[in-house]
Design a protein around this ligand. Structure first.
Ligand SMILES: Nc1ncnc2c1ncn2[C@@H]1O[C@H](COP(=O)(O)OP(=O)(O)OP(=O)(O)O)[C@@H](O)[C@H]1O
Ligand SMILES: [Mg+2]
Length: 435
């Protein structure tokens, strides 16, 4: 028995054949011990004097099988084979579960700023309902990522998320992509017909990306689907009922498009049951450095690098850029910086092309320093001069958003208001302003 214990501690054992007659102890006691220490080991009990009572007890304690000694070796071999098959299946299910979890897991969304936390809060609240959602926001702000996040926060998370990019497919093909067609419904159609994306998304979620690009005819057809929860395949005469959750994404100003007669207002109201607007990166600068670090880790893994330091110059550039391309633009800079890195640092010269670097020198918005002439005059408060310049720069970077500027400067908003008032009144004497 001691030998068996040593083997169990030294090797990874899958299956144990355990004799009930063990001299100083009995098989049931050892079975209990085994199952508590090695719950995954399969145990086949072997006994000369089988009784129903013993068999039931062994099975209750977790034995996989129970066989009598006098039975043929074939029976024993069969029991072992069944045990090994069981183990293999168990391993396969476990692998599948891990894979499924990886593929279907919530996407990483970096959200340090309160603006982004509000967005995620809304997404979590709307997630489990079946409400149609319209996600707005500039290009690269993470609309598709958020749509994925909502899907995985819904009860439909187990089914595949289906996406139609309305801008990437020519208008005349969108209809057959979306609705599919009956067999032989038009020249060039596949003989067996085709299931459209709406049908593929049944019981799941369909993301209509860049929904503003749908032409008027398709807008009308989509409205019918949203209102009646049914659609017609091209060439079909019977409506098909569906259970789909719709999420639309758009970086266009849909109300403006409605005014210009390019988007149906009734469709807009159907899509806009719940609305989530993702703010641009310049309006949540708190997220810039955490996002930079996140992408450094990500591309370290992708390119097998070990960048562990971010240059001060990079931080300044990141914090003061305008980010018209938002997170996608930031991601691209970091990707380039990691790919081209020759040491353990993220350097600006690797992130930007020569052209971009040249432009930086003349681009005041990313100029991290400013010059104050140390030219004291009796009525000049140099400290206030510096403060005024800093405040001006922070307001410029945040496009006059006082809350963001105050956060950037690390002062309460009330103090910022005071500095602005003081600067506006041209006050810069040596007088103390209580600040
Ligand atoms: N908060 C975030 N955290 C981590 N990654 C993000 C975040 N937001 C966006 N990303 C990443 O930025 C990239 C752009 O995001 P996404 O494609 O969702 O933007 P979009 O708003 O749909 O852009 P477009 O309007 O151009 O389609 C993606 O690689 C996405 O994973
Ligand atoms: Mg998108």
């Amino acid at each position: 028995m001691d030998d068996a214990r040593t083997i169990l501690t030294e090797k990874e054992i899958d299956l144990v054949i355990l004799d009930y007659e063990l001299g100083e102890t009995d098989g049931i006691t050892v079975l209990k011990e085994l199952k508590s220490e090695y719950p995954h080991v399969l145990v086949i009990m072997l006994t000369a004097y089988a009784t129903i009572h013993l068999a039931v007890e062994a099975m209750k304690l977790g034995a996989f099988d129970f066989i009598q000694k006098e039975e043929s070796t074939d029976i024993t071999r069969y029991a072992v084979q069944r045990g090994l098959d069981h183990l293999r299946l168990r391993k396969e299910v476990e692998d599948l579960r891990i894979k499924c979890k990886e593929e279907n897991s919530l996407p990483d969304i970096i959200s340090v700023s309160s603006e982004m936390q509000d967005v995620l809060q809304l997404a979590k609240e709307f997630g489990p309902t079946d409400t149609t959602i319209l996600i707005g926001g500039e290009t690269g702000t993470g609309k598709n990522l958020l749509a994925k996040y909502i899907h995985f926060n819904s009860l439909r998370f187990n089914d595949i998320l289906v996406t139609l990019n309305c801008a990437a497919i020519p208008g005349e093909l969108i209809e057959s992509e979306l609705f599919g067609y009956e067999r032989g419904s038009f020249t060039g159609a596949r003989k067996e017909g085709k299931r459209g994306l709406i049908e593929q998304a049944n019981k799941s979620t369909l993301v209509l990306d860049e929904v503003s690009e749908l032409n008027f005819d398709l807008q009308t057809k989509l409205l019918h689907v949203l209102e009646n929860r049914e659609f017609y395949r091209i060439g079909g005469i019977k409506p098909v009922k569906i259970d789909v959750r719709f999420i639309a994404c758009s970086n266009a100003n849909l109300p403006e498009m409605i005014k210009a007669g390019r988007f149906r207002s009734d469709l807009y109201y159907r899509l806009n049951v719940a609305n989530i607007q993702i703010p641009g990166l310049r309006d949540r600068r708190m997220d810039i450095l955490p996002l930079t670090k996140y992408f450094v880790d990500k591309y370290n893994q992708t390119f097998k690098k070990t960048i562990s330091r971010i240059d001060k110059e990079v931080e300044t550039f990141m914090l003061s850029s305008r980010w018209h391309g938002n997170i996608r633009e930031l991601r691209n800079y970091v990707e380039r910086g990691i790919l081209l890195a020759k040491n353990d640092r993220l350097e600006l010269k690797n992130m930007l092309s020569n052209n971009q670097l040249d432009q930086l020198d003349v681009n005041e918005e990313v100029e991290p320093t400013f010059v104050i002439k140390l030219n004291p005059k009796p009525d000049l408060n140099l400290l206030h001069e510096v403060q005024n310049k800093l405040v001006g720069q922070a307001l410029e970077i945040t496009e006059q958003n006082r809350s963001s500027a105050a956060r950037m400067l690390g002062v309460p908003r009330t103090s910022l208001n005071h500095y602005i008032k003081r600067a506006q009144s041209g006050y810069s004497s040596t007088q103390q302003a209580g600040d």
